[in-house]
Design a protein around this ligand. Structure first.
Ligand code: ATP
Length: 372
């Protein structure tokens, strides 16, 4: 069974004195996957990655690579390699020497090294870059060289610690796609840690959302986006409108909530069983809300508010409309560029509405208050 997984972590706990940085984390990564660990700063991502690499040991639990425990295996003997944010390419060596570094240290003969290095350069789309100096490369090229330098060693698992963090925004957007392609090219499991949900959504087969040392949810990008199981996941993955309130009524699947600002909303209850009086958060995605012009509100949706359009942010394929409700709240709505609403102007009176089943209600998550 275990042999189907490149990496398995079982009940990993890591404490620093009395502080628990990683708290009973278990997961299994199928062969050849792109797996991201996504969470805010300080949630324990790096600590977990360092244990997989062998720089730290867990206080309890087991780490297995291809079905074998690596707890007693030194970092340089583990079938893993790590790419850091600051890529640590050697500036005094050319590109080929950088890629060859680990192979030379392992004692491979020069003619074999040359073949491996050239193969790697071709795989990363830089067949002629071998003799270049590192400072002649762009940021994206350096990134690819850093990955090639690890991949020539044939690791079972490549660990990547926020490798795009040091790049400018445009290059980061480009590298998201490229990293995913490289992972498929090498057909090796990548474990990628990031606090950037958009990176994780674009690249990953599976994402683990981590908070306070625990995995809140593990799933595909689509599962996390459409079926978050906790308020933290709903708030951290993708954009949402969020209301904080109390449950005033409920049945088996839905709840009525009174928000802090006195609005009544109905939503699906998700995750732990809720009861009357519970402190909750409701999330509605901007693309799940409809706008109609005027205050008549002639819509059948369960949730309906009136307000004024305060801004329209053009975003290419769609526009983000900001609406201030009569109760003084700001709501974001995404509208496709269909032309239906071309005459919407700032200051227009509008009705916004959404169905109960696109509004998800969870136990309140205080961490999301801190973020705002
Ligand atoms: P970031 O994205 O900011 O790197 P992270 O999610 O990677 O954050 P970690 O670096 O794993 O978080 O740290 C998790 C928690 O453990 C933090 O509160 C950190 O202060 C603490 N921590 C990490 N290493 C040590 C250490 N050697 N001694 C004491 N506390 C530590």
């Amino acid at each position: 069974m275990s042999m189907n997984f490149d990496l398995e972590c079982k009940n990993i706990v890591k404490k620093f004195d009395s502080f628990t940085a990683v708290n009973d984390v278990s997961f299994s990564i199928p062969k050849g996957s792109f797996f991201s660990i996504l969470g805010p700063s300080g949630c324990g991502k790096t600590t977990l990655l360092r244990m997989i690499a062998g720089f730290n040991n867990p206080d309890s639990g087991d780490i297995q690579i291809k079905g074998k425990s690596v707890l007693n295996v030194a970092p340089n003997k583990r079938p893993v390699n790590m790419v850091f944010q600051h890529l640590a390419l050697f500036p005094m060596m050319n590109v080929a020497e950088n890629i060859a570094y680990g192979l030379r240290r392992n004692g491979m003969v020069k003619s074999d090294i040359d073949v491996k290095v050239q193969e790697a350069l071709e795989r990363i789309g830089l067949p002629d870059a071998g003799s270049k100096r590192v400072d002649q490369l762009s940021g994206g090229q350096k990134q690819r060289i850093a990955i090639a330098r690890c991949m020539v060693l044939n690791p079972d698992v490549l660990l990547l610690d926020e490798p795009l963090g040091a790049l400018d925004l445009k290059l980061r957007e480009h590298m998201k796609v490229e990293l995913k392609q490289l992972q498929a090219q090498f057909d090796t499991t990548f474990v990628y840690i990031t606090h950037d949900q958009s990176e994780a959504l674009v690249m990953s087969d599976q994402i683990a959302v981590m908070n306070h040392g625990v995995f809140e949810q593990v799933g595909s990008p689509q599962e996390l986006y459409y079926n978050p199981q906790t308020a933290f996941v709903a708030g951290f993955v993708g954009d949402s409108n969020r209301w904080h309130g109390r449950v005033v009524d409920l049945d088996a699947t839905s709840v009525k909530v009174e928000t802090e600002s006195g609005l009544q909303m109905s939503a699906l209850s998700v995750g732990s069983a809720l009861k009357k009086g519970d402190d909750v958060d409701i999330f509605v995605r901007p693309e799940s809300i409809s706008i109609s012009v005027g205050k008549d509100g002639n819509v059948s949706d369960e949730n309906k508010l009136t307000g004024k359009l305060t801004n329209i942010l053009f975003n290419g394929a769609d526009s983000r409309c900001l609406i201030e409700t009569e109760t003084g709240e700001e709501i974001s709505v995404n509208m496709p560029q269909t032309g239906d609403f071309n005459d919407l102007q700032r200051g227009t009176d509008v009705t916004v509405s959404w169905r109960q089943d696109v509004a998800k209600c969870f136990s309140h998550c205080a961490d999301l208050d801190e973020e705002q």
